[in-house]
Design a protein around this ligand. Structure first.
Ligand code: ATP
Length: 686
């Protein structure tokens, strides 16, 4: 263990614990100063209540475990914690100094920690000979790499790993020559000697012979384009296409609506090209609307249980899940459990984006080998026969090495069709950690597409929100000017068109924050933008609900039909011509469809001028502003900046509160502790 920081005596709680009571007292103090959450120290107290003999190491491990779980990790990896506590915990120097004091009276070796944990009846030894009596904590993993879990997350990880192993163990038999014929029709024939390898064709060919597959790639690499062709292929080769049950889903309503629009448009284009060769209109009809994963599984109010589960399976043969990077571990476990063994699931997503808000980094874990490929000779033979091209040798496992089963069902698309200009170059530079290139692109403000604003005061951001900037005029003025053109007394269709226009204008611009709290966070900026728009005479806030208030739903409510992440605008209820103006309702768009809910029924919403980068996943805006706050804490990561940049369609502005923040963020990679990769590699029953 290496602690290089000096102990600041005046700030760190100085108590050195030797007993259970002292340890609990120290953990409580850490909660009071904000190093831990109250919940974290309370859970240590709970463990001490369950086990009167609990060793201090167990109590500390429990508090750190739940602390990490609250930050998206699924487990506490003990070896890295002992070797590099700063990297694992991401704590301040003060907190690390206090931890160092505590460490001095805890076991100094990994085996000492294992023994301290396994001595307790509250810990189940999953890797050893322990008896499973439903203990609340689980110690899993190899002796040299033990991981401590809350049982819930251990169970989810086991279930996900088992499902993936079962679904990828044996390829579904297919006739490669027939696949090739269809791929040539759907994508165009591969010409002899074609230089670039057709990853999109390969993705379709791979998904056809798997019950679970992953298509990953950056923005605009053609994930949805490929998924539409995969659906057409599945439809073409199915014995009873008229019975094929196809479902589309995504973690948020917006992402689901976008998926449906893109797939419909791609299938319509294909239909024009292929004519009556395939009955694609029937396929489009069979798909129905895209749904959120919560809606697909049948979320029920006030419970984590879904209507569909292992005992009542989803009625589906093919399921496409978009924006899979946002799917958290618990949702993934629920989804795979509810999927019939014979069904195919295809995950689409960008592995380099931020992981889900909730615990787990499932897509990242699944895509461990995506960049390298790691295809077997058998996969290479199939790829050659099904696509007419040879897989480049650098993507094959060296002969004699084992090829991971999941890798044989994973394809990374590598060429972006949409993200080719300065925004794409910046995204690539950030994603590959090329700090100098990223700074150069931003400094030159390439054709005003990219823009950098160094601001010591958050107030400097407001003009961007009110009037945009040179080269990027999309801002909140646009939707408010549209709002002012309300067709009072217009017909219902006219009013609906106006609502759609207001919603579309609002979607042109967004402020994205790294954090929620503070002047530079979403909460502070929401208030500041509201006031700035009021000062500009564009908005007239009165009370909590006012005309034009944009809101984001923060909790799923299946009864109301609103889901976490949905964004709507407060507008007068649409009325038949001649009737008095209605009460305020929040309008949401699902593609061309409108939904609305009375404001008094929406309890879990927040204003949405500014939102966190996390919440923006699955959305794109014409002009996106990313705000980097003054303190480069652990949230400021390469993934966060990459995700923010890739939300921008035509223009991107980076606001940095201090010099060096972009560099610091790009140098910080998010590493979520999880056992999923280990389980997939070494067997799920570990
Ligand atoms: N092989 C191709 N030939 C021609 N056009 C393509 C091809 N692949 C993708 N495109 C086009 O490139 C654009 C981006 O494709 P698509 O939307 O499928 O990418 P994506 O990876 O799903 O993007 P996002 O991550 O933003 O969802 C679309 O206009 C699509 O029609």
């Amino acid at each position: 263990m290496s602690f290089s920081v000096e102990l600041p005596v005046d700030t760190a709680p100085a108590l050195v614990p030797a007993t259970v009571a002292d340890t609990l007292q120290t953990l409580r103090q850490w909660s009071e100063v904000g190093w831990l959450r109250r919940l974290d120290s309370a859970l240590a107290v709970w463990v001490a209540d369950l086990d009167a003999q609990a060793e201090p190491a167990l109590l500390v491990a429990t508090a750190l475990l739940t602390h990490l779980e609250g930050r998206g990790h699924t487990c506490l990896p003990l070896a890295p914690l002992l070797q590099r506590p700063a990297a694992v915990l991401g704590w301040s120097a003060d907190a690390l100094s206090a931890l160092e004091l505590l460490w001095a009276v805890l076991p100094s070796t990994l085996s000492g920690w294992r023994a301290a944990l396994l001595n307790s009846p509250v810990v189940y030894d999953a890797a050893g000979l322990g008896q499973d009596t439903g203990q609340p904590l689980v110690l899993s993993g190899a002796v040299e790499a033990p991981r401590l879990y809350l049982r819930r997350y251990w169970t989810y990880e086991q279930a996900v790993a088992q499902q993936i192993a079962e679904r990828t163990a044996v390829p579904v038999p297919v006739e490669p020559a027939m696949v090739r014929g269809w791929l040539d029709r759907l994508f165009g024939a591969t010409s002899v000697g074609e230089a670039t390898f057709g990853w999109q064709k390969l993705a379709c060919a791979m998904a056809l012979r798997g019950r679970l597959s992953v298509i990953t790639g950056g923005p605009g690499t053609g994930k949805t384009y490929t998924a539409a062709r995969l659906l057409a292929l599945l439809f073409a080769v199915d014995e009873h296409p008229e019975r094929l049950r196809v479902a589309l889903a995504a973690p948020t309503g917006k992402a689901a609506a976008r998926l449906k629009q893109s797939i419909d448009a791609a299938l319509a284009g294909l239909h024009e090209r292929l004519g009556a060769t395939l009955n694609l209109p029937m396929l489009t009809q069979r798909m129905g609307p895209a749904r959120t994963l919560h809606a697909l599984l049948g979320a029920r109010p006030d419970t984590r249980q879904f209507q569909y589960h292992a005992g009542r399976l989803l009625d589906v043969d093919v399921l496409i899940v978009d924006e899979a990077s946002m799917v958290h571990l618990e949702m993934m476990a629920a989804l795979l459990a509810a999927l019939p063994a014979s069904a195919r699931v295809i995950f689409l997503g960008d592995k380099d984006q931020l992981a889900s808000v909730e615990a787990g980094a499932v897509l990242g874990d699944l895509c461990r080998d995506a960049q390298a490929g790691r295809y077997s000779a058998e996969t290479a033979d199939y790829a050659q026969a099904a696509t007419g091209q040879s897989l480049p040798v650098e993507y094959l496992v060296p002969s004699g090495s084992a090829a991971p089963p999941l890798a044989q069902h994973t394809v990374m698309l590598r060429e972006s069709r949409r993200f080719v200009g300065p925004i794409g170059q910046l995204a690539l530079a950030v994603n590959t950690g090329e700090v100098a290139a990223a700074r150069r692109l931003l400094a030159h403000g390439t054709a005003q597409v990219l823009w950098r604003l160094d601001a010591s005061d958050a107030g400097a951001i407001l003009p961007l929100a009110v009037q945009g900037r040179p080269g990027a005029l999309a801002c909140y003025r646009c939707y408010l000017e549209q709002l002012a053109q309300r067709p009072v007394g217009g017909s219902v269709p006219e009013q609906e068109d106006w609502v759609r226009r207001v919603l579309a204008e609002f979607e042109r611009f967004r402020l994205l924050c790294a954090v929620r709290e503070g002047d530079w966070g979403a909460i502070g900026l929401n208030r500041a933008v509201e006031r700035a728009l009021q000062r500009a005479g564009l908005l007239h806030p009165r009370g909590e609900w006012y005309l034009g208030r944009p809101v984001m739903v923060t909790r799923n409510d299946p009864v109301l039909g609103v889901f976490n992440g949905d964004i709507g605008i407060t507008l007068p209820a649409i009325q038949e011509t001649g009737r008095a103006a209605g009460s305020l309702r929040v309008y949401f768009a699902d593609g061309p469809q409108l939904r609305s809910v009375g404001v008094s029924r929406l309890a879990h919403v927040e204003t949405a001028f500014a939102m966190t980068v996390h919440k923006s996943q699955g959305s794109e805006f014409e002009h996106t502003v990313l705000v980097l706050p003054p303190q480069a804490g652990p949230v400021l990561s390469r993934e966060l900046v990459y995700t923010g940049i890739t939300r921008a369609r035509l223009a991107f502005t980076l606001v940095s509160a201090q010099p060096g923040l972009l560099t610091a963020a790009m140098q910080q990679r998010t590493q979520r502790a999880s056992g999923l990769q280990d389980l997939l590699q070494h067997g799920w029953a570990a």
